[in-house]
Design a binder for this molecule. Structure first.
Ligand SMILES: [Zn+2]
Length: 79
């Protein structure tokens, strides 16, 4: 029988993921690159500029908009 509910996350695979991390010492703010919409996002906690980094994160299993954006970049056909 088809179960539309997501399976419980028992064994979540981890992968190095592109993120933005806060440049402010003492602030541990960061966000996934695929969820950032600005060229250089600012920290949501202290408004400092952020820098690209890598972090080992659980792999996103569902096709959220961020994941879709990452795997299927929109072609720039028109100006
Ligand atoms: Zn910050």
């Amino acid at each position: 029988m088809y179960n539309s509910r997501k399976k419980p996350a028992e064994e979540v695979p981890y992968a190095d993921t592109a993120i933005w991390s806060c440049t402010n010492d003492g602030c541990n703010g960061w966000m996934r690159d695929e969820y950032s919409f600005d060229e250089v996002p600012t920290c949501s906690q202290c408004q400092s500029p952020m820098e690209r980094s890598m972090k080992s994160l659980p792999v996103l299993a569902d096709t959220g908009f961020g994941y879709k954006k990452m795997t299927k970049p929109a072609p720039k056909a028109k100006e």
